[in-house]
Design a protein around this ligand. Structure first.
Ligand code: PPE
Length: 303
């Protein structure tokens, strides 16, 4: 398993993997303005692949670009078709799709805005983001010394390349200290999200998740909330501090790459093995994305 594939879609055509190159003077490479998505496709009953929530992800991609004043030179339909075409060309039934919008070469400097906007769609096979063991038994996390972006320092709702420097610093720190993942707190100390995941906490049957003010509006987060609601549980979107994690019955992370990852320890306080609600969400999610849950089936684009 690796990120190699046969083809990558670039600006309207499939090009062989080794030829999918950009110029070193591409604006995005220097300053981090660019937007992207992460989408997963799963094997469906009877064979063939199915992309989960493709339109939701592409809507967020176009929204992210709009917020960054980037005009994508292809229609929604064309980018949608590019995703399917790339999956088919690479013959993936299970995989990860990475649409990427970048600013190419031309002018330099922060005021440059007329460089060509480039669109790339790559696909690769991606296993458990935080490890198979983590997915099964839960991961160990630590709150980060790096603060999540202030709401007015970035566009948290947008999935911007440059935002991820903050995430990478936190992730490296957590890993260097022996933890699997970092939990980011905002400038007030409220729990925001993981470096690439949203977060849920359960105590006495009450489920809470931070509100979408300074976090990415996760598509898996929304799915997890829908699953819980269908189980008769309401999810409170309220701010809480790290103390809520220390006394939680269950904590789990959600993300396209991470799917539903249980957390078994926070800052050396034991949360315990994956609990019943976490396991239920995990089960409905992993079977649902594979076409086995009626109400989730409309969110799957088969190809
Ligand atoms: N918060 C952040 C900061 C984030 O990057 C992601 C996705 C989420 C929340 C969850 O969003 P959603 O995928 O819509 O449920 N992170 C993507 C990138 C991971 C990477 O390392 O690359 C992903 O999961 O695809």
């Amino acid at each position: 398993m690796g990120i190699e594939s046969r083809f990558i879609w670039m600006d309207g055509e499939l090009v062989p993997f080794d030829q999918a190159k950009v110029h070193v003077l591409s604006h995005s490479l220097h300053y981090g303005l660019g937007v992207f998505e992460g989408i997963r496709t799963y094997r469906q009953p009877g064979g063939g692949g199915g992309v989960f929530k493709l339109d939701e992800h592409l809507r967020r991609l176009f929204d992210s670009a709009k917020m960054c004043r980037m005009t994508i030179p292809f229609s929604f339909e064309q980018v949608r078709e590019a995703c399917i075409q790339t999956l088919k060309a690479n013959e993936y039934e299970e995989g990860y799709i990475r649409p990427l919008i970048t600013l190419g070469k031309g002018a330099m400097g922060l005021g440059a805005r007329n460089n060509p906007v480039q669109v790339t769609v790559a696909t690769w096979e991606w296993g458990a983001y935080l490890g198979e063991e983590g997915l099964r038994d839960g991961i160990r996390v630590a709150t980060s010394t790096f603060t999540r972006h202030h709401v007015n320092a970035n566009l948290q709702r947008a999935k911007v390349i440059g935002h991820y420097v903050n995430s990478i610093l936190a992730r490296y720190e957590a890993n260097d200290n022996g933890f699997d993942e970092a939990i980011m707190l905002d400038q007030m100390g409220w729990v925001a999200e993981g470096t690439g995941e949203n977060l849920f906490v359960v105590r006495d049957g009450v489920v809470k998740t931070p509100p979408v003010v300074n976090i990415l509006a996760g598509i898996t987060r929304r799915t997890a909330m829908d699953i819980l609601r269908r189980e008769g549980l309401s999810v409170q979107e309220v701010p809480f501090g790290r103390d809520a994690l220390y006394v939680a019955d269950e904590v789990f992370l959600t993300g396209t790459a991470a799917e539903i990852t249980p957390v078994r320890e926070v800052d050396r306080r034991e949360v315990g093995p994956p609990g019943p609600l976490t396991k239920r969400v995990q089960e409905v999610y992993s079977t649902g994305v594979r076409g086995e849950v009626d109400w989730l089936r409309p969110y799957i684009t088969r190809y």
